[in-house]
Design a protein around this ligand. Structure first.
Ligand SMILES: [Zn+2]
Length: 244
């Protein structure tokens, strides 16, 4: 094996640890606390945690996501190492780590947390300015945030309208405010007009997926009025396709 490949493999593994740790503790404690067992809450020692051993107290195995994230990030890091995209290996690796964190947390908790958005905004401001200048970065950020804000209020209005017609109350909307913040972050990263392409791609991907999902749900006859839908992974995927 090419010796230099150990660099992306080791870095990918470390990034996987970081993503798993943040996705484990942030939604539970909202702080950078020591990791706990997801089932019984017992604090896990670093060796238990880092080597994916089951909980010493209740024996609960670690979530399957842990290994998936480790392997996915190694493969992604190898990919950017071998293809050397426009942004270079290091910036690409940082972005892929961030995108993986957002995707995992949105799939598991349907939320893009404020600290994650804030960290992304700082990351996006730095990388965006480096890649396409401050003005393009700022306009991209404002455009991403603003466009998704319109969709967000459109969704709120539509949900209220449907609820009124059915004579029931609902708080379910398709898009969460976290998606609005995330679009702002992606706007900083992609700049203007890149964010337009990124968002269009993300929304098309989400649309295609939701049609497939709807067909499956209809075939299975398990239709629910408002399926909560994770938009963040599609927005991130759209941005990644533009960036890489
Ligand atoms: Zn436990």
């Amino acid at each position: 094996m090419n010796a230099s490949l150990t660099i992306p493999i080791v870095l990918g593994w470390l990034a996987g640890w970081l993503v798993n740790y943040l996705a484990d503790v942030l939604p539970r404690t909202r702080r950078l606390t020591p990791p706990q067992c997801a089932k019984c809450g017992t604090p896990l020692s670093p060796s238990t945690y880092l080597f994916f051993r089951p909980c010493p107290s209740c024996g609960a195995p670690r979530p399957r996501r842990g290994m998936i994230v480790q392997i996915a990030l190694i493969l992604l890091f190898l990919w950017v190492w071998l293809t050397t995209p426009r942004l270079g290996f290091w910036v690409s690796a940082i972005l892929l780590t961030y995108f993986t964190l957002v995707t995992v947390m949105d799939l598991e908790h349907r939320v893009v947390m404020h600290p994650v958005s804030l960290a992304g905004a700082m990351l996006g401001l730095g990388i965006g300015t480096w890649a396409h200048g401050l003005v393009s970065t700022l306009i991209g950020g404002i455009a991403g945030f603003g466009i998704m804000l319109v969709f967000y209020y459109g969704g709120v209005w539509f949900a209220r309208y449907l609820a009124k017609r059915r004579g029931q109350s609902t708080s379910e909307t398709g898009i969460g405010f976290g998606d609005v913040n995330l679009s702002g972050v992606l706007g900083l990263m992609l700049g203007w007009p890149g964010i337009l392409a990124g968002m269009t791609l993300g929304i098309l991907l989400a649309g295609a997926f939701s049609i497939i999902l709807l067909i499956i749900v209809l075939i299975a006859r398990r239709y629910q009025h408002f399926l909560t839908f994770p938009y963040a992974p599609f927005l991130v995927l759209g941005a990644a396709l533009i960036l890489f």
